[in-house]
Design a protein around this ligand. Structure first.
Ligand SMILES: C[S@@+](CC[C@H](N)C(=O)[O-])C[C@H]1O[C@@H](n2cnc3c(N)ncnc32)[C@H](O)[C@@H]1O
Length: 243
């Protein structure tokens, strides 16, 4: 897969975008976990824990939880620890990523699915979490509409993401990190430099947190609140489905 060009993440160029992104994650799956923790100096673990805590911030309805764009299922594992007894579903369109995560939570249902067309019944989930996934989805709105459809009244939806930064210092940091550190270190250790160039591009091209929050409200979510992590390098957004 090395050297494969990836379509512009927000070029909205239909199917090729999804195919390229899926192929890219399938290709980097073997080194994803190691690189993730290395490239974030382990901070991602703290951010993930916080996002999972946000999901349970208010009492959730009874029912299953969904880890959307679950990748190698780190968040699914944290959901299992935090919400024992709940049914868990990990959904991702890159099968290799889910396969890498399978042993972390053997009891979770693994579903290869596109976030824009979820194969789940309406109002199945009591809560959904999506970590560093939504910015990769070709049409953000379509995925949000699907999450809303699959959520029970009163369910929560938590997103942990690198939104487009608005602060000058954070923009500088994102730029340097995404353009230099990610492709250099990620490329060297995974052998898939093209993939890490894409990841850098996807951060630049995504919505700001405020824009994302507005989109959530437009789709029907209520009580939308956002918080910055480490000067806005990453953010958590929590939203609810009306009761
Ligand atoms: C950066 S990884 C994040 C994985 C995991 N949530 C984590 O926190 O480490 C992004 C994941 O989103 C998945 N993804 C991207 N677009 C998707 C889509 N349209 N439908 C389903 N999964 C998608 C990718 O396959 C990849 O596993």
């Amino acid at each position: 897969m090395s050297g494969k060009p990836v379509a512009d993440v927000h070029g909205r160029d239909g199917t090729t975008h999804g195919d390229d992104v899926r192929g890219m994650f399938d290709a980097i799956a073997p080194t994803y976990d190691t690189l993730n923790h290395l490239l974030s100096a382990g901070i991602d673990v703290r951010w993930r824990k916080k996002a999972v805590a946000r999901l349970g911030q208010k009492r959730l309805p009874a029912g299953d939880l969904l880890d959307l764009c679950a990748g190698t299922m780190d968040l699914t594992k944290m959901l299992a620890d935090q919400f024992p007894g709940r049914g868990l579903v990990a959904a991702d369109f890159a099968k290799n990523m889910l396969d890498r995560g399978a042993s972390k939570v053997p009891a979770a249902e693994r579903v290869v699915a596109d976030a824009m067309q979820l194969p789940f019944e309406t109002e199945r989930f009591a809560g959904t979490i999506c970590g560093f996934g939504i910015r990769n989805v070709a049409e953000t709105r379509k995925a949000l509409v699907e999450v809303f459809r699959c959520s029970k009244p009163g369910a929560a939806f938590v997103t942990l993401e690198f939104f487009k930064p608005t602060r000058f210092d954070t923009r500088l940091f994102h730029g340097a990190y995404a353009k230099v550190v990610l492709p250099t270190v990620g490329g060297a250790l995974s052998g898939e430099g093209w993939a890490y160039k894409y990841l850098a591009k996807s951060m630049e091209g995504f919505l700001t947190r405020k824009e994302f929050e507005a989109l959530l409200r437009e789709v029907g979510f209520v009580n939308v609140t956002g918080e910055e992590l480490l000067f806005g390098i990453a953010s958590i957004v929590r939203a609810e489905v009306p009761r």
